[in-house]
Design a binder for this molecule. Structure first.
Ligand code: MSP
Length: 637
């Protein structure tokens, strides 16, 4: 990508169609989609390509095993990948399949050119071949007789192949990598490639005999051979643009970011640039190498290990945007990391349900209750400056992280701003302003600022969660806004009327007891009509409790620590009612406590029981109370 003319081309690996899409594939695709959407939002002419890799031995064997002809087989699986990306809200510009004519003609012309230029020769090859990785391997790479990534050992092969004089370009490639520090990212992978290049890399076998592997693109000067799958697949990145003279090629090549997993580093960092250079084509701008997602057994998530998570199922359970958010937020790009539904539920509850979702619903309640649903003109004070500066600076802060491919940190910047909005909300106590006739002006300002902050968040988190950010705008009646509009506070219209009803955006997910059972449902209900039996009800013990002491839990604005006398027992209960009661107002009152609730630790305090309170749609809250004269400890039925 060139920063001066703001063009951005981004690609994923094209996926083999011998496997159905799993979360590992989804990871690279979602990261790429995020980067494409981000750059599009940030004013770049953007082109996002993905697709499927459909030739070669592995696919041929998989089709045979499925008992269908190879084209029918590849058609089916290619569609599954496309459907998965649609299900995950991935917005692509083009979907390339290597069995398309537009691709095959580029592959033929490309190798013909190299052949004509003297860079191709024929020779006998003898060695060990990994069918899993579709490449020859050396003894040195094997652990216990096989590649660690493979489930089967390599096979012995002896055959005639055409070779590309790759070794000849090794000095050039070393020089190119050394003089372009951003060419391979992160740096650890750059060093790995430089280490590979310290020793001869040999020449690259680019063909297979047709009688052994019939499923490939014919070598144009010798129809008894077909292209080796990698000498076919890598060219997708330019065939899709209409190389050599298509408009898109002229517009977008070579300013491309290739997103790949580390399993295909050598092919992209060694084969691909030498191929391009030999053909006189400028090499790609950046190779961005991601780590592995591992399954619950700690190994790379892959079909052969049987530890894959299904992106369709996860999207059904959690919604596509939380899945996207989790993949983007959880691991620094380039690192390996374990993923699962427990982690997803945890991340979802912390960032989305608690921080973002609660803020939105608290703000909406007060706008509807305290401002009759219509935003008022703000009168900013010194107390608002810090928040405004943070909001106006968010784009620049996130942009710096995104350009450095620290997507997790970019999202964390946005979440830190959401947390600042929550702190602002809590410290301004708008629920009190709403009860005080002289607080109307300040109430209007505080709520305006919270909505404006949410507008900025919904704009800049859109590349991560497109549908949810749209839903935030709907819940606040905000128009679409562009990235640049976030740099000046005040994009929200003053007379905006907030809709009375809105969907609950991020209902809490149940912490997954098993990897699959998490569900972000609102509240669990017993039977389908929500009733419970008398026996079930009888299990709950309600008792009268007298408040003997109350204090704010340090560093929170919503939690009160209550000391309760329940009969002759004293107990502590932490309750989220601080926005509605001053601690001293509660002392001496007789409340109703759920007495046999399992203890829970809140902010380090063991809370034993729960106070009953009523809350209406306007955010008004009142504790359930008994008149004087009731002794503490009395049972409530
Ligand atoms: N067809 C080749 C790529 C050709 S590109 C010109 C291929 N396909 S693949 O279906 O095996 O997909 C590989 C890519 O899927 C990886 O490079 C990575 O981007 C992604 N992933 C597959 N499993 C993954 C994990 N468990 N973790 C992270 N990414 C993974 O190789």
């Amino acid at each position: 990508m060139s920063t001066d003319d703001k063009r951005f081309y981004i690609t994923t690996p094209i996926y083999y169609v011998n496997d159905k899409p799993h979360l590992g594939h989804a990871y690279t695709t979602v990261v790429s989609d995020f980067l494409a959407r981000w750059h599009r939002g940030d004013g770049f002419a953007t082109y996002f390509l993905t697709g499927t890799d459909e030739h070669g031995e592995k696919i041929w064997e998989a089709a045979q095993a499925a008992g269908v002809d190879a084209q029918t087989f590849t058609d089916q699986i290619s569609h599954r990948f496309r459907d998965a990306w649609q299900r995950l809200g991935v917005q692509i510009d083009d979907y390339i399949r290597t069995t398309e004519d537009r691709h095959k003609s580029v592959v033929s012309a490309f190798w013909q050119q190299l052949h004509d230029g003297g860079d191709i020769y024929k020779a006998e090859y003898e060695g060990l071949y990994s069918i899993g990785q579709e490449r020859f391997v050396t003894e040195k790479e094997l652990v216990d007789g096989k590649l660690p990534i493979d489930s089967d050992p390599p096979v012995h092969r002896k055959e005639e192949n055409y070779f590309f004089r790759m070794e000849k370009y090794r000095p050039w490639l070393i020089e190119h990598i050394e003089s372009h520090p951003d060419f391979i990212h992160p740096a650890g992978f750059r060093n790995e490639v430089l280490a590979i290049l310290r020793e001869p890399i040999g020449d690259l076998s680019i063909s297979r005999p047709r009688d052994r592997v019939p499923w490939g693109i014919p070598i144009p000067w010798d129809k008894d051979h077909v292209t080796y799958v990698w000498s076919d697949a890598l060219l997708n990145y330019i065939s899709a643009l209409g190389y050599p003279d298509g408009d898109l090629y002229g517009q977008f090549w070579p300013g491309v970011w290739h997103m790949i997993g580390k399993d295909i580093l050598r092919q992209h960092a060694v084969f691909w640039p030498t191929m391009l250079h030999a053909a006189g084509v400028p090499v790609f701008e950046r190779l961005l190498v991601g780590g592995y997602l591992s399954g619950d057994d700690g190994r790379k998530m892959s079909k052969s290990f049987g530890n894959v998570l299904d992106p369709f199922e996860l999207a059904e359970t959690f919604g596509e945007d939380p899945v996207r958010y989790y993949l983007l937020r959880e691991l620094p790009y380039g690192n390996d990391g374990g993923v699962g539904t427990t982690g997803l539920a945890k991340r979802y509850n912390a960032d989305l349900a608690n921080d973002l979702g609660n803020l939105l619903s608290r703000a909406r309640k007060l706008i509807l209750g305290g401002l009759k649903g219509v935003l008022a003109a703000p009168v900013q004070t010194d107390a608002d400056r810090e928040l405004i500066a943070a909001g106006e600076g968010l784009l620049a802060a996130m942009r710096a992280q995104v350009r450095a491919v620290r997507i997790d940190s970019a999202l964390e910047e946005a979440l830190q701003f959401v947390r600042a909005l929550n702190r602002y909300f809590d410290s301004e106590e708008p629920w009190k302003l709403a009860r005080d006739p002289s607080g109307a002006k300040r109430l209007g300002t505080v709520l305006y600022n919270v909505v404006e902050g949410l507008r900025i968040v919904a704009t800049l988190l859109e590349p991560a969660m497109p549908a949810k950010c749209q839903a935030i705008r709907t819940a606040l009646a905000l128009p679409d806004s562009d990235f640049l509009s976030t740099q000046s506070w005040g994009g929200t219209q003053v007379d905006t009327e907030v809709p009375k009803k809105a969907e609950q955006l991020f209902p809490r997910a149940q912490a997954a007891p098993a990897e699959s059972a998490a569900a972000p449902k609102e509240e669990a209900v017993g039977e389908s009509d929500g009733t419970i039996s008398i026996d079930e009800f009888a299990k709950v013990q309600f008792r009268v409790a007298e408040v003997t002491a109350a204090e704010l839990v340090p560093k929170t604005d919503r939690l009160l620590k209550l000391t309760l006398q329940v009969g002759d027992e004293e107990r502590t209960v932490v309750s989220g009612i601080a926005e509605h009661y001053q601690p001293e107002d509660l002392v001496g009152r007789r409340l109703v406590v759920v007495a046999n609730l399992a203890p829970a630790k809140l902010r380090g305090i063991e809370s034993r029981g729960m106070i009953l309170a009523a809350e209406d749609d306007d955010g008004k809250l009142a504790v359930v109370e008994l008149p004087e004269g009731f002794t503490s400890g009395a049972v409530v039925r």
